[in-house]
Design a protein. Structure first.
Length: 319
């Protein structure tokens, strides 16, 4: 039996990561250690996890015609991700992400979008062809670290093809609000949800109200990821808080991407919104226990086992 297909559209980066012993910005010169070069980017990470779950995983995006493209794509191909939907932009650098991990493990990132933002008509047409030819069942997982016009075109094509669409709205300021009804799921963190809704989110109840507001805009299942690793999830018939699991946090890099990927896979495999969000929380929590994004991602067995524990601690919210 052919497994379902996950299309991952958006950012593909060459990550340069290091630990620092003081908060970024606290002094002019910071000493770093544990330098690592890795593949990264929201869509690259999503594609990696989908492949680890045993699904057909196709990455869609743009890289430069430089040596960094190999860094950004090499581990993905080795992990079983189909990278045939990734094209090169002549004369442009691959996107670069500089990641600093301070003592509290809460990373800070500077992203040069470079090739991620370079889409011409031929590249968009190739993208639309990939969506139109996607085997069913399938879904598309995308983010806003590519031009808004590409997101709009992809969502329209996915709806026409019958693919569910899951959006991680980073960068939130790029999202166009008339697109909400085209989404089955949305997975902002609290800051992104606040930006989407023009409100402050500082508590679980704030996040619950935000999730409900996003659902009211037309999204079937709205998750707001919390800074402590938990989330709030709103759907047509319920509103729930899933607290974080108890894990030893080493590095939060890529945890949000791990949430979105596992959430999307769970929905594609028939889970309801609450169970899918529990998969997301479990995946994100486990991703924080290792250094880097893709090297720290766990497999299906570990994630579903923790998700089962988290579901027992979930509670319904009345706001």
């Amino acid at each position: 039996m052919t497994p379902p297909t996950v299309l991952s559209l958006g950012s593909i980066n060459a990550d340069f990561q290091m630990r620092v012993d003081a908060e970024p910005g606290s002094r002019d010169l910071l000493q770093a250690r544990d330098f690592a070069r890795m593949s990264g980017g929201k869509s690259a990470n999503t594609a990696f996890i989908a492949a680890r779950f045993g699904l057909r995983s196709l990455l869609l995006g743009r890289v430069g015609d430089d040596q960094l493209a190999e860094q950004a794509l090499g581990t993905l191909a080795a992990a079983g991700v189909d990278i045939s939907g990734v094209s090169q932009v002549p004369g442009t650098a691959t996107a670069v992400s500089i990641i600093l991990v301070p003592p509290d493990a809460k990373k800070q990132i500077v992203l040069a979008t470079n090739a991620n933002d370079c889409w011409d008509d031929d590249a968009i047409q190739a993208l639309l062809t990939s969506i139109d030819q996607c085997p069913l069942p399938g879904c598309i997982v995308l983010n806003c670290e590519i031009p808004p016009a590409v997101v709009r075109s992809a969502l329209g094509a996915a709806r026409k093809r019958g693919l569910d669409a899951i959006l991680d709205p980073s960068f939130a300021e790029r999202f166009e609000p008339d697109l909400y009804p085209l989404l089955r799921g949305i997975t902002p963190n609290a800051a992104e949800a606040g930006e989407l809704l023009d409100r402050s989110i500082t508590s679980v109840n704030d996040a619950a109200q935000a999730a409900r507001a996003l659902h009211a805009k037309g999204v079937a299942i709205a998750c707001v990821k919390l800074s402590d690793g938990g989330c709030v999830v709103a759907s047509a018939d319920r509103l729930d808080h899933i607290p974080a699991g108890e894990v030893n946090i080493v590095d939060t890099t890529g945890a949000g991407d791990a949430f979105t990927a596992a959430f999307a896979v769970a929905l594609l495999e028939g889970c309801d919104g609450l169970e899918a969000a529990a998969w997301g929380v479990a995946s994100a929590n486990l991703a924080t226990t290792g250094y880097g994004s893709q090297p720290s991602y766990q497999g299906r067995a570990e994630i579903t086992a923790l998700a089962g524990q988290l579901l027992r601690s979930a509670r319904t919210i009345d706001v």
